[in-house]
Design a protein. Sequence first.
Length: 295
Amino acid sequence: MLSNVKGFLTFISLERGIMVFMITMGATFLITGSSILPEAIFLGFIAFCIWSGADAINNVYDVDLDVKSDPFRSDYTRNLGNMGRYIFLFFFILSISLGLITGIALVTFFIVLGVLAGIIYSMPPFRLRQTIIKPVVNFSVGAVPVLMVAAFFNVFSIQILVLMLLVGISTAVNSLWEDLADFKSDFSARARTILIVLGIKRGVYLTVLLGYCLIPLMVLVGVLFQMNLLYFVILAALISYLSFRIIKNRKILFGSSSTDLEAMLKLGAMFAADFVIVALVFTINMMLSGYLTYQ
């Protein structure tokens, strides 16, 4: 029983669903300037459904790749058979139906846009998750929830544009961080992701650099939405944590070109796990700080 529950939660990538749920709630608090929970939870649930469906169909077509990167999920997905596709359809139909219930055409449009992004990301003949433009598609993971919230409340401004860019770019960069852990399986599948094209060492350099490039945007969002001190304290703690991990592993990271490939792969996998933690904590920080700021 527990194994089936774990398998299902892994199949829909629960951690990503929770992340977009919190992104949407945080965006609701910031865009409305109030701590309205019912609307935030409703819109967050829609975003959760969109990306749970997207991850479900992605894992259906990733079943062979996951043999190396996540054998437990691969076995569960294979045992699901066609049920995996029905789960994907259930989440996508539910998310679009909830959009129609709002009676706001623009909300439904952004939901459908998110659904389409999930399809072209995962399904043949598109399968953009194996191409160099994968981060561009992943931009929608963060951008669509923000746009959906803005459309729901009919509020559009420069501040919201900056918020959309921050969250969208964050989820795009997060997809590169995840690719660090999937390097072996993507290489075996002859995928043409950015990290495969660049190589593992330059790929690690790129992900670290992009992570630091997000900092000015994070600070700008905090200033524009007049976030409380907690937001900036947690942000500083995340930057310090990431910097400490980089300094601790500097010999491998900045070693000679002859650095052992296996060591770089292990370092990439470690950074992938670290970056997931950083992304989740930042998302919680944005949601919680937004709620407390406007309470």
